[in-house]
Every structure is written in structure tokens, then in C-alpha cells.
Design a protein around this ligand. Structure first.
Ligand SMILES: NC(=O)c1ccc[n+]([C@@H]2O[C@H](COP(=O)([O-])OP(=O)(O)OC[C@H]3O[C@@H](n4cnc5c(N)ncnc54)[C@H](OP(=O)(O)O)[C@@H]3O)[C@@H](O)[C@H]2O)c1
Length: 319
């Protein structure tokens, strides 16, 4: 796979990275139902075998379990070690309920815990998962702590996730921002007007999340399956997976399928390739729960969509 430089860093990343949210497993507020660790490890190994050179996880995924599974997968892998990106700023209670906490003491504590779970001495990219819920004044001390962790070598580069332009600018007044991790896919294009152009102009690397809208655009989500998602799959509560939106979204999948047939690729790969066609996007974070799924999506960067295909896809749901 070709590689692209992430923002101001020395990280040369493949256009697709492995997303480790779903493999965190069940037992918390934003779980994806039950998940078998053996399948998760095979999914990671397959993605790495296919050339993917980075993994995105977070402390909160599976309340620490995703980081542990990533560490185990890498311990058992004989090939090159990928970059490991993780996140802080979401903490959980004993019931697995999640809240945003950005005070500097908490960030340092979270960093130590992630280093321990990931069994590493340095995190390649450390990201604030969500901005403060109420008060943007919390950004300054939080980002200052992130910069300290970078100076100390506990993390190599620092990035943001889910921040708007004003919030990014607040952080930039304190220290450089290497990357932003926003949601971006054919269903959710909110970042196109302001956030992506700002990052492009500022040289901030962009790694987009949920490029297949969390499984909705893979071709494997049907009305029946959406209606029968288990109660402990967060997608059951997401309006895009129920009517009236679901039917429209599945019409889009039909267009993805048609274009996919021309390229001999799956609808999910076409959806990912579409996100990569935006010049501001450095990479797409793609989730997979077993080796077969990895096989079906991690080569998405091979697809070269024509201008016609890009605009046809963009016009199905509009912005
Ligand atoms: N910063 C943030 O706030 C944030 C938020 C969301 C995500 N992320 C990151 O972005 C990553 C990717 O996003 P995402 O996990 O939401 O969604 P995604 O990459 O759009 O979709 C991944 C899901 O699609 C399904 N899938 C994957 N390959 C498939 C295949 N070959 N055939 C059929 N189905 C397939 C799997 O779910 P099923 O089999 O269960 O359908 C899988 O979990 C996350 O893992 C995480 O690292 C970050």
C-alpha cells in the first residue's frame, strides 16, 4: 500500500488503518454486541498481512479491553509492528457508562493506563477523544498536558477527535495539532464545509472514522438485520439504522453495489474509497471483526473512483 505523511508528524501511514472499536467487546454503553477475542486478533493479523500499518483504538473501547486485545495481537504477530494510535478523555464507571473528563491529572493517569494495557513505552499518536461537554476553556489545560506527555516521550504525536474549527484553534494556541479524527462517510458529511478545508489549509492530518457508517454501507446490513440487532449493539439506538432513514441509506448501498461491480470491489470498499477521494483526508479508519471482514475491506485504497462516480455517490443522499 502507498503511504501518506500524517500532518506535521514523521508518521507515514497507509490510506486505510484498522479501527478497534467493535473488537472491544460487550459490557459497556457503546458496545457492538458480543465479540470473540480470537476473531478480533485474526482480524488484526489479516489487516497487517494486507499491508495496513496503523491501528486506531481508545481507552474507552470495551473499557480497556480493545487496547489489551491490540497488545495481544501484536505480541503474537511476527511481521512489522504497526503504529498504534489511542485516545483519552472518556472515562467510565463500574456499569460501563461513559462520560467526558479532560482535566490534566486524569489525562496523565489515562496515558499511564493505556501504556500499561498496550504494553508499550510510547504511543505513536495520542488523541483527545471528544471536546469538553460544556466549557471550551478546558481545552487549554488539557492540550497543555498532551504537549507535556509528548515532551516526555510517553506519546510521539498528539491529535484531536470530534473537535470543531474554533476548538481546534484553541488547541493550536497552546501547541501544534498533528491530526484530527472526525466522522466522515456518505451518510454523514457534516465536516465537509468548514472542518476539512480548515485542516487542509493548516496542514493538519485527517483520519476519518466510520467510513462505512459503522457497517451500514457494507452491503451486509438489511432491514431484517437492522431490526434484529441485539440490545447491547449501540447501532440499535442510532436513527440511521431505523426508518425513515434506513430505506434511503439502503438505496445508497444499491448504488455502491453497482459501482463496486465495475471495480470488482465490495460496496464497503467503494464507500471507503469515496472518503479517501477528498483531498483533505489522509486516511480512513476501518473496523473489522474477523479475518474475512478484514479481507473484504482493507484493500479499499486500491479503488480509483472516477469524478462521475464520486459525484453520483455524493448526490444519492445529498449533503
Ligand atoms: N473518534 C471517535 O469518536 C470514533 C467514533 C467512531 C469510530 N471511530 C474509529 O473508527 C473506526 C471505524 O469506524 P466504525 O468501527 O464505526 O465503522 P466502519 O469502519 O464504518 O464499519 C465497521 C463495521 O462494518 C462491518 N464490516 C466490516 N467489514 C465488513 C465486511 N467485509 N463485510 C461486512 N461487514 C463488514 C463490521 O460490523 P458488523 O459486522 O457488526 O456489521 C465492522 O465493525 C473505529 O473502530 C474506531 O477506531 C472513532
Amino acid at each position: 500500500m502507498t503511504k501518506r505523511k500524517l500532518g506535521n508528524s514523521d508518521l507515514m501511514i497507509t490510506p486505510v488503518g484498522f479501527g478497534a472499536w467493535a473488537i472491544g467487546g460487550a459490557g459497556w454503553e457503546f458496545a457492538w454486541g458480543e465479540q470473540d477475542d480470537k476473531d478480533s486478533i485474526e482480524a488484526i493479523h489479516k489487516a497487517l498481512d494486507m499491508g495496513v500499518n496503523w491501528i486506531d483504538t481508545a481507552a474507552v473501547y470495551g473499557t480497556g479491553h480493545s487496547e489489551e486485545v491490540v497488545a495481544k495481537a501484536l505480541e503474537e504477530y511476527s511481521g512489522d509492528r504497526p503504529y498504534v494510535f489511542t485516545k483519552c478523555g472518556l472515562r467510565w464507571n463500574a456499569d460501563g457508562d461513559v462520560r467526558r473528563v479532560l482535566d490534566p491529572v486524569s489525562i496523565r493517569e489515562e496515558c499511564e493506563e493505556s501504556l500499561r494495557r498496550l504494553k508499550t513505552e510510547t504511543i505513536d499518536l495520542y488523541q483527545i477523544h471528544w471536546p469538553p461537554p460544556m466549557n471550551d476553556e478546558e481545552i487549554d489545560p488539557a492540550w497543555d498536558m498532551m504537549a507535556k506527555l509528548q515532551e516526555e516521550g510517553k506519546v510521539r504525536w498528539i491529535g484531536l477527535s470530534n473537535f470543531n474549527v474554533e476548538q481546534i484553534q484553541k488547541a493550536q494556541q497552546v501547541a501544534n495539532v498533528t491530526s484530527l479524527q472526525p466522522p466522515y462517510n456518505l451518510v454523514n458529511r457534516d465536516v465537509e464545509d468548514e472542518i476539512l478545508p480548515y485542516c487542509y489549509e493548516q496542514g493538519i492530518g485527517v483520519i476519518v472514522y466510520s467510513p462505512m457508517m459503522s457497517g451500514l454501507l457494507t452491503g451486509k446490513m438489511t432491514k431484517e438485520r437492522a431490526a434484529n440487532l441485539p440490545d447491547n449493539d449501540w447501532r440499535k439506538r442510532n436513527p440511521e439504522f431505523s426508518e425513515p432513514k434506513l430505506s434511503k441509506n439502503l438505496e445508497l448501498v444499491e448504488v455502491l453495489k453497482k459501482i463496486g461491480e465495475k471495480h470488482d470491489k465490495s460496496p464497503g470498499e467503494i464507500a471507503i474509497a469515496w472518503t479517501l477521494s477528498n483531498r483533505a483526508v489522509t486516511g480512513a479508519i476501518v473496523g473489522a471483526r474477523n479475518a474475512d471482514q478484514s479481507k473484504g475491506v482493507m484493500d479499499a485504497a486500491e479503488v480509483n473512483l472516477s469524478e462521475d462516480e464520486i459525484s453520483k455517490l455524493g448526490s444519492v443522499l445529498g449533503k
